[in-house]
Design a protein around this ligand. Structure first.
Ligand code: NAD
Length: 493
């Protein structure tokens, strides 16, 4: 029989997962959500069957087919060898946006900020979370921060579209582009570019440190915050904490073709199987899913009944208080109380009005082609000889650079040590040596004339260095892209 219902994938998860999912689905069904469910097994059981990512191949097929996933928390097994299911799902399904609304439900949940109501839109796939780390010397490890232009465009555009669809009037971008001028700089620049397409929305940019401080101190001044993966991870927890309602939080992970919805809390093994858990976090995640599917009216009905239940003093143990709790209930009784209130509106909280369903569609980032010219190479070396005297190293490799390259500078973790380095700078055994073409003329901030080099010049340079016993641990090619310098200048360069 033909039906208008959307088939979604559901996972009951571990710990309190099955209890809160049972309660959530009962509420969705009672509210008339146009949904059908395919249940898959993820988490502990899948890990124990030997699936190191916590999900079976058949479950992948179901996820790919249905495209929408409502997931209860899972327990991540202790010990090495297991991969995070969440990270695997985000990356495999291209879920680039993590959306976390944070709202105060004062006075029923204590918060210093009763008007706090903000949404964090966090980039979900890139940044330091690519997990590309290397130990390069006995003293130095590195983690690669990868930021792509399409990645920035996707997340920034999503934040603006989200703001529009949810009647939010301001989007704040947070980055650290005063220090990371290329990676965070690109994020900020793309934010400014895309903001031009949304003249109805106010914008501002804050450096992440002062942004975090303001978020902790004056969170009521924010509506939508868009930021990079690591900063988003940190400020989401700050915002949830100052809202006072970690247990209420739902979140969505949105991609172009797939989306996953969940509670922000974990599987709470300490209270599992006792009918004590608060199902609100997962329920709020499920309401975000309904809005994503355009079923706004159903989400609105559930949220109003939920607010009414909270203000009627019907609370699970985690939020129970002497002043505001009239009836302390278990997970399923809370769901039942909410179901009885479907159709009612809160009187102390402002009723929720989600308007008509507006599906958020963001356009594909355009592909940019650029003219790339190779003008030099940074060679990173592991060197501990001669009391780590940079002048001895510099003189040695200056000679090895010739005939087709010249040594510009050497730095040690970003501090210039050759030529004319400051005496007494602490040096690790990790050195960055910048070579450019022998006849390049690269001046500060502007490239006036330069000579293109060939990859073969770099190979020959590496060969000379290696034959002289220098341990080259990594190289980074230096490019001009459409004539613009595609690398940061070294200190003192
Ligand atoms: P947790 O969020 O599960 O629990 C922290 C505390 O909050 C516990 O005291 C718990 O009883 C309480 N709590 C959490 N949710 C509650 C609810 N709905 N109602 C009432 N009380 C609630 O965090 P944890 O103890 O650090 O992690 C437990 C497990 O969950 C770990 O294996 C962790 O890896 C996993 N985890 C999974 C996810 C996910 O699947 N998205 C997220 C976070 C943690």
């Amino acid at each position: 029989m033909q039906t208008n219902k959307t088939k979604i994938t559901v996972a009951y998860g571990d710990g309190i997962g099955p209890e809160i999912m049972t309660a959530t689905l009962a509420i969705l069904n009672a509210a008339g959500a146009e949904l059908e469910y395919d249940v898959i097994e993820v988490g502990e059981k899948a890990y124990l069957k030997g699936h190191l990512t916590g999900i079976t191949p058949e479950s992948w097929d179901t996820l790919q087919r249905n495209k929408i996933f409502l997931k209860s928390p899972i327990t991540t097994p202790q010990g090495g060898g297991f991969n995070s299911l969440n990270v695997t799902i985000r990356k495999t399904l291209g879920l680039f946006a993590n959306v976390r609304p944070c709202k105060s439900f004062s006075p029923f949940v204590q918060s210093h900020f009763p008007k706090l109501d903000l949404v964090i839109v966090r980039e979900n796939e890139e940044d330091l979370y690519a997990g590309i780390e290397h130990q390069q010397t006995s003293e130095v490890v590195q983690c690669l921060k990868l930021i792509s232009r399409p990645g920035c465009e996707n997340i920034v555009r999503y934040a603006f579209e989200y703001a529009r669809a949810n009647n939010r009037k301001e989007v704040t971008c947070m980055s650290k582009d005063n220090i990371m001028k290329m990676t965070d700089g690109m994020f900020h620049r793309i934010f400014d570019e895309i903001a031009q397409e949304y003249p109805d929305i106010k914008t501002r940019h804050l450096i992440i440190d002062i942004g975090s401080a303001l978020l902790a101190d004056r969170p009521e001044g924010f509506q939508v915050i868009v930021t990079l993966n690591l900063y988003g991870d940190i400020i989401s927890d700050i915002a949830a904490e100052v809202a006072g309602s970690v247990g209420f939080g739902g979140s969505s992970n949105i991609g172009r073709n797939f989306a996953m919805f969940e509670a922000i809390h974990g599987s709470a093994p300490d209270i599992a199987g006792k009918d004590l858990a608060n199902p609100s976090g997962l329920l709020n995640g499920a309401c975000m899913m309904l809005v994503h599917l355009g079923q706004n009216k159903i989400a609105e009905r559930i949220q109003n009944a939920w607010l009414k239940t909270i203000e009627d003093g019907i609370h699970t143990g985690d939020i129970a208080s002497a002043d505001y709790t009239k009836q302390r209930v278990g997970t399923q009784a809370f769901a039942q109380a909410l179901i009885e209130r479907l159709g009612q509106k809160p009187t102390q909280f402002a009723p929720v009005d989600l308007g008509e369903g507006k599906l958020i569609n963001i356009k594909q980032p355009e592909q940019h082609t650029v003219n790339k010219q190779l003008v030099g190479v940074d060679v990173f070396i592991d060197w501990s000889e001669d009391n780590r005297n940079a002048n001895i190293l510099g003189d040695k490799i200056t000679a090895l650079a010739q005939p087709n390259m010249q040594l510009k500078i050497i730095d040690n973790r970003g501090v210039l040590v050759y030529p004319n380095g400051i005496k007494g700078v602490f040096c690790s055994n990790h050195w960055r040596c910048r070579f450019v073409s022998a006849d390049a003329n690269v001046e500060k901030n502007t490239v006036q004339t330069f000579a293109t080099i060939q990859h073969a010049d770099i190979y020959q340079l590496l060969q000379r260095l290696t034959e002289a016993g220098i341990d080259c641990i990594k190289t980074e090619n230096l490019y001009l892209l459409d004539g613009q310098r595609g690398y940061s200048l070294a200190q003192g360069e």
